[in-house]
Design a protein around this ligand. Structure first.
Ligand code: SF4
Length: 188
């Protein structure tokens, strides 16, 4: 397949997926934002709710995505993580510790995430927001490889309303700072 054919096939899959989504999904996302905005829960518990909500939304999407267990190209790209997500990973995974001082090495593309084990995420339930959100709709994963991923621009899903909830939780946690996941945690 050449790039134009891949682009077209991707758009067709995205259209099929979009058509299959519940009609009230936009409203559900609005309602979710209002719910967590009003809620007295801690930012950590709000993040847990956001991840559960995303899992529900993704049950409608997963059958259309290219992403499968065993494919991990995107785990070697830049993976942003905020302070509240760092706390969430620490809370939900025994023995995981942050570095005393975070690194600031910017050359991250090409270095697998430290939580990638045998081509699968070892902290899957508590993976960061970007990992929860990122899915592909290409006919196969050939464009995801490091050689191709930053050459071809293909449409990714955009969830501005989920982003709004995520931004609210970050703001309530008192820190909007983002790091690369490899700069934050100690290797076990
Ligand atoms: S946290 Fe998991 S899904 Fe995210 S980059 Fe690391 S291994 Fe991949």
């Amino acid at each position: 397949m050449d790039m134009e054919e891949i682009r077209l096939a991707t758009e067709i899959k995205i259209k099929k997926m979009t058509d299959s989504l519940p009609e009230n999904l936009e409203k559900l996302q609005d309602d979710f934002f209002i719910e967590i905005e009003k809620s007295q829960l801690s930012p950590l518990n709000k993040l847990k709710k956001l991840y559960s909500f995303m899992d529900e939304v993704y049950t409608h999407i997963n059958k259309y995505t290219t992403c499968k267990k065993g494919c991990s190209y995107c785990c070697s790209y830049y993976v942003t993580i905020s302070d509240i997500e760092i706390q969430f990973i620490e809370k939900n995974n025994k023995g995981i510790k942050r570095k005393e001082q975070f690194d600031t090495d910017k050359k991250r593309v090409g270095t697998p995430c430290l939580f990638l084990k045998n081509d699968a995420c070892s902290i899957y339930e508590s993976r960061p927001y970007v990992c929860h959100r990122h899915v592909m709709f290409t006919p196969d994963n050939s464009v995801c490889s490091e050689d191709n991923a930053h050459i071809h621009k293909l449409r990714l899903l955009s969830w501005p309303k989920l982003d709004k909830s995520y931004d609210l939780i970050k703001a309530e946690s008192g820190s909007n700072e983002l790091h690369d996941i490899r700069d934050v945690f100690q290797k076990k």
